[in-house]
Design a protein around this ligand. Structure first.
Ligand SMILES: CC(C)(COP(=O)(O)OP(=O)(O)OC[C@H]1O[C@@H](n2cnc3c(N)ncnc32)[C@H](O)[C@@H]1OP(=O)(O)O)[C@@H](O)C(=O)NCCC(=O)NCCS
Length: 164
């Protein structure tokens, strides 16, 4: 199926669906996730934006952004989780969120981090032009073992130089 992906602001009544998606990804070790109270607080923060990812009319995932409207125009992509995995939705949603951030929000930089063993996410970030900027060695304890955290960044100038 062709991925016609749309993003729209997340509604507060989608919070329980978000918590379920997070619980699945947390169990797989790909994210840490927030509790409900933290989500509510972040959803009310003017510098934070929750976006629901739609394929046709179906909600298939969400994205959390932070740093909107701040002086440095450095936006953190705090989270992306897709329900139906590996059908190209994640890449389409990332392209759309980067277009939105660089063309509409006026971001100068988009930052994110990922766990060292999350090779699928790293593949996507590198394919989209993100540069690996650093490693926080053994910053993460998962399943009784320490793992590195990889830091990535993409600048507006780099994004504009790519063909879209
Ligand atoms: C990471 C995530 C957002 C990606 O979305 P998705 O819709 O599943 O991914 P897509 O189908 O768009 O793309 C998957 C790509 O990863 C590649 N891939 C899959 N497993 C891989 C692996 N182990 N190593 C390297 N590449 C891998 C696929 O081949 C595909 O790339 P290609 O199109 O170049 O062939 C989604 O899988 C997800 O929600 N994962 C759990 C939460 C998570 O990890 N979030 C990111 C935290 S930093």
């Amino acid at each position: 199926m062709k991925n016609e992906i749309f993003l729209r602001p997340t509604h507060l009544d989608e919070l329980h669906w978000i918590l379920r998606l997070e619980a699945g990804a947390r169990a797989e070790g790909f994210i840490r996730g927030y509790d409900e109270a933290t989500h509510r607080k972040r959803m009310a923060d003017p510098h934070v934006r929750y976006l629901t990812i739609l394929r046709q009319d179906e909600e298939v995932g969400f994205i959390i952004l932070a740093g909107i409207g701040t002086q440095d125009r450095n936006i953190e992509l705090c989270r992306i989780i897709i329900g139906p995995r590996e059908s190209g939705i994640g890449q389409s949603a990332m392209k759309e969120v980067l277009r939105y951030l660089f063309e509409e929000v006026g971001a100068n930089r988009v930052s994110l981090d990922t766990f060292s063993y999350n090779k699928r996410a790293q593949h996507i970030y590198q394919k989209l032009g993100f540069v690996k900027e650093g490693v926080l060695r053994e910053a993460l304890l998962f399943d009784g073992k320490y793992h590195d955290l990889y830091l990535y960044g993409l600048l507006a100038s780099e994004w504009k130089n790519r063909s879209h």
